[in-house]
Design a binder for this molecule. Structure first.
Ligand code: HEM
Length: 121
């Protein structure tokens, strides 16, 4: 199994993950409620987000936390999100970038939960 190396790998990672998340009985409705039929736009944004983090190709500009501040999400949702994310990585990739992706996702999930709890923007 290979590591995450280029934009094709990022696309595979993001598309695989959100295909699972969209079908998840708990997380799916939360995403679909906001995104509705704008999935292509969301996927494109998430591909650029991970391209920026993992490949240092700076195609994402934005505020990652902002759209989450009013979502009905708590620890159990983030745990579920991370579980799917880690599974998708482990099924497709192995290596330092794959490890970094899992570590960064975990850190972001912790940061989002902290911000949600402290009610800050
Ligand atoms: C239960 C967990 C989560 C849920 C339900 C969730 C849901 C969402 C939703 C509904 C959007 C808005 C999409 C739109 O406006 O089109 C969004 C955007 C986004 N999410 Fe999440 N998310 C979760 C966790 C995470 C985590 C852990 C990360 C980071 C690794 C993340 C990164 C992002 C980014 C970067 C955006 C785009 C922000 C922008 O507009 O620039 N999300 N998410």
């Amino acid at each position: 199994m290979k590591d995450i190396q280029d934009i094709d790998d990022i696309e595979l990672m993001v598309n695989t993950f959100y295909a699972v998340v969209r079908e998840d009985e708990v997380l799916g409705p939360i995403f679909n409620n906001v995104i509705k039929d704008n999935w292509p736009l969301h996927l494109d944004k998430m591909i650029r987000f991970w391209q920026t983090i993992l490949l240092q190709e700076y195609t994402y500009k934005g505020s990652p936390f902002h759209p989450h501040r009013k979502l009905p999400i708590q620890k159990q949702h983030f745990d579920r999100w991370l579980n799917h994310f880690n599974n998708c990585i482990d099924k497709n990739f192995k290596g330092t970038k794959a490890d970094e992706a899992k570590m960064r996702a975990k850190k972001m999930a912790q940061m989002f939960q902290y911000k949600l709890a402290s009610n800050s923007l």
